[in-house]
Design a binder for this molecule. Structure first.
Ligand code: XIL
Length: 410
C-alpha cells in the first residue's frame, strides 16, 4: 500500500516536472471563453443538465447554419414531428422510420441524447385513424388495441436509443374549455374529448405499462402545457389535476418516471416568477419523478404575421424582448434549482423555423426563440447563457439520475 503510493508520487513528480512549461502555456491559452461564446450544451453540462432543441429535418437538410447549430449548441434533441404517429404510420400497417432514424443517427454522431416525442396524443394522428375515430368505424376496444400495437412497435423499433419518451401528451383539458373543471379530454364535443372517451380512464396506466414492457431503460414521461405553476388548487387548476393524476399512477405502481412541462409561454399573459415554477417542479419531483422542460419558447403578439418588429414602435419591441427573456429565465432557473430536472429543451431555437407563426395566427404571434430569423442572438439567448454561467453550488447542484421504474415481477 505504502510502496504503491510512493511510486505514484514519484511518477506524478516526473510528469509534473516534464510538462511544467507546457502546463503554463496551455493554462494561459485554455482560459475559458466568455459564456456568450460557449455552446449552450457546454454551459449546461457544468450542472449535468442537458440542453435541447426540437429539430426540423427539412431545415437540417437545407440550411447549413441550422445544422451546425443543432450539432454544436445542444446535448439533447427532440423530433419536432418525425416521431408522431402521422409521420411514422401514414398508411395503416406501413411504417416510415427513415426521417426519425436519421435524426437519431445524427444525434449519436453528435453525442446527443434523444427525447422521444410522442406515443399517445390526440393530435397529428394519421388520416386513416382520424377518419376511423370520426366516422365510428374504429370503436373503443379497437382504438385501445391499435394504441397498444403502436406503442409496442414504436418503442421496440427505437429501443435503447431513446433517453426520455413522452408516453402521453396533453391528455387533459384547459380551464377555458367546457366544462371548465379540468378533466381527461378537452372541450365538449371536440376530437380530443372523443379520443379520451373512446380510450376510457385506464388508458394512461396501460400506455406506460406497454411502453415499459418494450423498453426497460427509457425514462417514461407525462408531458403537457399550461402546467408550469400551480393555481388555486381548485377544479380549474390544470397543474393540480395533472399532479393528482400522476400521484395516483405512482401509487398504483405504474412505471411513470418523469413530468414534462412544455413551457410554451407568451409575453401578453404576464409572467410566473422563478419560485412559482420551482415550487411546482419540486412538488412533482417529490413524488419520486424526474422533471424536464420539454418545449420552451416565449412568443409575443405581432403587428402582422410577417412583421418582426412586433408592434408599432421600438420601445414596444424592447419591452417584449425583455419579457420573453424573463420567461426563459424563470423556467431555466426553476429547472436549475431542482436537481431532478434533467433537461431543458427549446421548441426550435431560431425564429426562422419556429412553429409559432404557423400556429398562432389570429392574432398573429411570433418572435419566441433564442435566436432571431437571421440567427442573431436575442436577449433571451444572453439571459439563458448568463443564467447557466452564473449558477452553481450550493443552490444549483449536479443533476440526480433517474432510475427507470420497472413493472412488478410476476
Ligand atoms: C407542433 C410542431 O412544432 C408543428 O410543426 C406542428 O405543425 C404542430 O405541432 N405541443 C407539442 C408539440 O407537444 O408536438 C407541438 O409541436 C407543439 C405543442
Amino acid at each position: 500500500m505504502r510502496f504503491r503510493r510512493l511510486i505514484n508520487a514519484s511518477v506524478l513528480a516526473v510528469v509534473a516536472v516534464g510538462s511544467l512549461s507546457t502546463v503554463a502555456a496551455s493554462a494561459h491559452d485554455a482560459r475559458p471563453s466568455k459564456p456568450q461564446d460557449q455552446s449552450l450544451r457546454a454551459l449546461a453540462a457544468k450542472h449535468g443538465l442537458y440542453f435541447g432543441t426540437a429539430v426540423d429535418p427539412a431545415a437540417y437538410a437545407a440550411d447549413s447554419t441550422y445544422k451546425t447549430m443543432v450539432d454544436s449548441q445542444f446535448s439533447t434533441v427532440t423530433a419536432e414531428n418525425a416521431m408522431k404517429w402521422e409521420s411514422l404510420e401514414p398508411t395503416r400497417g406501413t411504417y416510415n422510420w427513415g426521417p426519425a432514424d436519421a435524426l437519431i443517427d445524427n444525434a449519436v454522431r453528435n453525442r446527443q441524447l434523444v427525447r422521444g416525442h410522442v406515443l399517445v396524443w390526440h393530435s397529428q394522428l394519421p388520416g386513416w385513424l382520424n377518419d376511423g375515430i370520426n366516422d365510428g368505424t374504429i370503436d373503443g376496444p379497437q382504438l385501445r388495441a391499435l394504441l397498444k400495437k403502436h406503442i409496442t412497435d414504436v418503442v421496440t423499433h427505437f429501443k435503447g436509443r431513446i433517453w426520455q419518451w413522452d408516453v402521453v401528451n396533453e391528455a387533459v383539458s384547459d380551464p377555458w374549455e367546457t366544462p371548465s373543471a379540468i378533466h381527461l379530454g378537452g372541450n365538449a364535443g371536440s376530437f380530443k374529448q372523443k379520443f379520451a372517451d373512446l380510450l376510457g380512464p385506464g388508458y394512461l396506466a396501460d400506455a406506460f405499462r406497454t411502453a415499459r414492457a418494450a423498453d426497460p431503460k427509457a425514462l417514461l414521461f407525462y408531458n403537457d402545457y399550461n402546467v408550469e405553476a400551480f393555481g388555486d388548487g381548485g377544479a380549474g387548476d390544470k397543474t393540480q389535476f395533472v399532479y393528482n393524476m400522476i400521484k395516483q399512477l405512482r401509487a398504483d405502481g405504474v412505471p411513470i418516471d418523469g413530468f414534462g412541462s412544455q413551457g410554451h409561454l407568451a409575453t401578453q399573459y404576464g409572467n410566473y416568477d422563478v419560485f412559482q415554477v420551482a415550487d411546482a417542479l419540486q412538488r412533482f419531483t417529490d413524488l419520486g419523478l424526474a422533471a424536464a422542460l420539454t418545449e420552451v419558447d416565449a412568443r409575443s403578439l405581432m403587428k402582422n404575421a410577417d412583421d418582426p418588429t412586433l408592434a408599432a414602435n421600438g420601445a414596444d419591441v424592447n419591452a417584449r424582448d425583455q419579457a420573453a427573456a424573463y420567461n426563459y429565465h424563470v423556467l431555466l432557473q426553476a429547472c436549475l434549482l431542482n436537481r431532478h430536472c434533467l433537461s431543458f429543451t427549446v421548441w426550435g431555437f431560431t425564429d426562422k423555423y419556429s412553429w409559432i407563426p404557423n400556429w398562432f395566427k389570429n392574432p398573429p404571434e411570433g418572435a419566441g426563440c433564442l435566436w432571431d430569423a437571421a440567427y442573431n442572438p436575442k436577449k433571451s439567448l444572453r439571459t439563458v447563457q448568463g443564467d447557466l454561467a452564473a449558477a452553481g453550488p450550493p443552490l444549483v447542484g449536479n443533476r440526480i439520475p433517474q432510475a427507470p421504474r420497472q413493472l412488478p415481477r410476476r
